[in-house]
Design a protein around this ligand. Structure first.
Ligand code: MN
Ligand code: MN
Length: 469
């Protein structure tokens, strides 16, 4: 049957979008599945930022990356990494293009919402030992009760030594939990608004109940817990001040769905973009790269990018200055000619809650990597609104390479909003656009992503690094 004039015109003029699981061949879908297996392992090994840095550095070392030396004149093909306090990471490969013509930046974040321990967390109440927490990032508090939690983090002891703690991930490890009321006694709690269903000061973690056997001491349950921590890690109560200890959901990432098309895990936001940018960098630099690649894993995005390991600080700017110094090029020249993908997740349309989304401008699971021209809340407050020419360049690169992509805004204009690291990088006069994987149940203890989108995001990052821009 011949197509009508209208059908042909529609093909020519309309923006097409199609479900990637329908579009991709069986062989390509197998590739997608294979790509996500090591991704799940990465998610399990790197639940917090310092673990993500450690796991990544180990891999980079194997691939020939070496600690960055400020002032060194890097030759094309040389690979470097620079850890910021073990909490953030910059790595990349020197390209053949002169540094004054700019670099390509892929910037994601490796911190995720969670329950941090307070500075004096441990207490005993009614012969139970508990930990006070201070939630980190955008947490819906009611989601964190009555589920297994694991303790992760670093403790810096008085003598300067550091202990890394992970309890609750091994099959034989104990786990922890925040209690909630039984339905039989929750009459008053049921009347609370959902946002107060569990309050911040009710996020107390049960950590023990057994007494230290002694006739005279008081707080014997707390004492017993401190004794266990001391015997195992040499930690004393004062060490909590110089610690970054946090409670995260215990357990491994999993395929979701009978068709295994989705991955459920804690912290896809934003380690899914960190992992895909890492894979893109490793594959891109196998040949002789033209553009210098600079991959950034930032910390503290979930709390507004503040602190010296977040991108609101100067660590990226200083790094570029140190990289360019050997060529007698000012950092501002490099940055002003640089291009950046702010690699962060978008909110996938959720059919159970359609009312918060504006369907035509939402991202959907399995529709590919999501390009977000602007972020912010209300009237684009706190936005990075990408220069349209650069948005066009990125779109062309994706189309030419056959990367499946879509666009998306967080939700309805007046419903809320949010930002990413994009605005801090664009503040350095870099061209920046947001792009990443759509996530459902974002910031919950078990977020889901579609495997085709993870794969397309990897491809998008790879093609961006490779592209002549
Ligand atoms: Mn994010
Ligand atoms: Mn987030």
């Amino acid at each position: 049957m011949e197509k009508t004039k209208g059908e042909l015109l529609k093909e020519q003029l309309f923006l097409k979008s199609e479900n990637a699981t329908n579009l991709l061949s069986d062989a390509e879908l197998q590739k997608v599945q294979d790509f996500c297996e090591p991704y799940k392992k990465f998610m399990d090994d790197a639940k917090i930022e310092n673990e993500a840095v450690a796991v990544t550095v180990e891999l980079l070392e194997k691939k020939g990356y070496r600690p960055f030396e400020a002032g060194k004149k890097y030759m094309p093909g040389e690979k470097f990494y620079s850890s910021n306090r073990g909490r953030a990471l910059i790595f990349g490969t020197m390209g053949s293009r002169p540094i004054e013509q700019g670099v390509k930046i892929l910037a994601s974040h490796i911190d995720s919402p969670r329950l941090d321990l307070k500075q004096r967390p441990l207490y005993e109440s009614e012969e139970l030992a508990l930990l006070k927490t201070h939630y980190y990032g955008g947490v819906r508090k009611y989601q964190w009760v009555a589920r297994p939690l694991a303790l992760h983090g670093d403790v810096y002891k008085k003598d300067g030594s550091v202990v890394h703690v992970t309890i609750g991930e091994d099959e034989n490890d104990p786990v922890f939990m925040v209690s909630d009321l039984l339905p039989h006694l929750s009459k008053d709690q049921n009347e609370r608004k959902l946002k107060d269903g569990i309050k911040g000061e009710e996020l107390n973690v049960v950590i023990g109940s057994q007494m230290f056997k002694d006739d005279k001491a008081s707080e014997k349950v707390k004492l017993n817990i401190l004794n266990i921590l001391f015997e195992k890690y040499g930690i004393i109560e004062g060490d909590f001040l110089s610690a970054e200890l946090t409670m995260v959901p215990a357990g491994k990432s999993k395929d979701v769905g009978l068709d295994r098309s989705l991955v459920g895990a804690y912290g896809h936001d934003d380690r899914v973009c960190a992992y895909t940018s890492l894979m893109a960098e490793l594959d891109y630099t196998e040949e002789n790269p033209e553009w210098t690649s600079v991959v950034v894993f930032a910390d503290k995005e979930e709390v507004g990018s503040d602190s010296n390991t977040g991108l609101h600080s100067s660590f990226l700017k200083y790094f570029i200055a140190d990289l360019a110094a050997a060529f007698n090029v000012p950092a501002r020249t490099v940055l002003s000619n640089s291009k950046c993908l702010s690699a962060d997740v978008s909110a996938a349309f959720d059919p159970t809650f359609p009312e918060v989304f504006e369907r035509r401008n939402s991202s959907f699971l399995n529709y590919g990597v999501c390009i977000v021209k602007y972020t912010g809340s209300g009237g684009k407050n706190g936005t990075n609104d990408c220069y349209a020419k650069f948005a066009g360049d990125v779109r062309r690169v994706m189309d030419d390479a056959g990367v499946i992509w879509q666009t998306g805004e967080l939700g309805k204009v007046d419903q809320g909003g949010g930002g990413t690291v994009a605005k801090f990088i664009s503040a350095l006069n870099v061209d920046v656009i947001d792009i990443g994987v759509p996530v459902m149940a974002m910031h919950s203890p078990f977020e889901i992503v579609a495997k085709t989108d993870v794969y397309m995001t990897y491809r998008a990052f790879y093609e961006f690094l490779k592209a002549k821009l």
